[in-house]
Design a protein. Sequence first.
Length: 172
Amino acid sequence: MDEFGPLSIQPYAGKGWYKQKKPDRLPATYTRKHGVRHLFAALDLKEDKLYAHNRESKKHQDLLYFLKVLRRRYHRSERLYIVLDNFSPHRHKKVKEWADENNIELTFTPTNASWLNRIECHFGPLRKFVLEGSDYKSHNELAQAIQNYLRWRNKNKRLEKILREQNKIKVA
């Protein structure tokens, strides 16, 4: 699991062809009058599913909330192994104590090697398909777009499965 953000209500530039004379332009400045949000996301390696929640901050209390949501998805007897980077809220005493009490093992990536966490490679497509070329009007609209993307991604997670169903390729 990891955090993605901060997510601001701002126009994000995209790529495309524009008219020569008067192209639509994004505002050069914006204000964060609505604050920012942070996306807590986790990847279930066994099921290849993404889970995420938007929060207003990245404190240890927000992390605990997300871990509790993840814990409810699996039977208590099943031990969860959560890979995290070395962000200070991940190492908070209350987080560690709660994890020990709830059959969760927190595993930390080496310092300056957060890229070893498999969730990191899913933030690029999230940025590409949800943020690029967007201009959301509220955090709720942005959160809904993220959830729609996650729903679509989890439903269409394996191209191999789709191709097998269409008899396009043979998979060993």
